[in-house]
Design a protein around this ligand. Structure first.
Ligand code: 5GP
Length: 185
């Protein structure tokens, strides 16, 4: 009988490079499965159609009512949520989500691995947020939110990884996943 897959939560404030890191991790280790979130936010120019399941507020709320989310939150005015994984999923599942969602997952999935990415500096984080085309107001709001998120991540006892260099960060994440799997068996 195959063992149930590990639920791996990769969290951290906006602008720490979570999605770049997660995309590289999945590319390098295709045995990992990335959960596709739902969101009500607008698709950014140039953003892949597959980045999210982009839905209306009505659709999102209907899915909440139907119990279709493992976790969901309202992040700076938009809904984001992880669809409930299929029962008996044997692959290791990656969730790339913010901290409120991470808290909900740790409550619901006792064996989940919680990894928290942080930017090497506020300057670096601001630069990353600017590069992806958000407005100055949005960048400001995300930086303010980020300070709260770092405190919340620490409270959750997440394993912190500083995202300085992409390949190095990906290697550290992979090592943490291997360690968690070894501990389980
Ligand atoms: P963005 O708008 O930059 O794509 O995402 C905003 C924040 O929402 C990021 O911190 C991202 O990791 C987080 N996020 C993406 N999908 C989900 C989700 O399904 N649930 C939660 N709780 N957060 C998510």
């Amino acid at each position: 009988m195959s063992e149930a897959g590990l639920v791996i939560v990769i969290s951290g404030p906006g602008g720490v490079g979570k999605s770049t890191v997660v995309n590289r991790l999945i590319e390098k280790y295709p045995e990992l499965v990335l959960s596709r979130s739902w969101t009500t936010r607008d698709q950014r120019p140039g953003e892949a159609d597959t980045a999210y399941n982009f839905v209306s507020t009505q659709e999102f709320e209907a899915h909440i009512e139907a119990g279709g989310f493992l976790e969901h939150t309202n992040f700076l005015g938009n809904y984001y949520g992880t669809p409930t994984p299929k029962v008996g999923q044997s692959e290791d599942l990656i969730l790339e989500i913010e901290v409120d969602g991470a808290r909900q997952v740790t409550d619901k999935v006792p064996g989940a691995l919680l990894l928290f990415l942080q930017a090497p500096s506020v300057e670096e984080q601001t630069m990353r947020l600017t590069k992806r085309g958000d407005s100055p107001e949005k960048i400001e709001a995300r930086l303010a939110k980020s300070a709260e998120e770092i405190t919340a991540g620490a409270e959750l006892g997440a394993q912190v990884i500083i995202n300085s260099e992409l390949e190095d960060t990906v290697n550290q994440l992979w090592q943490a996943i291997q360690d968690a799997k070894a501990q389980r068996s």
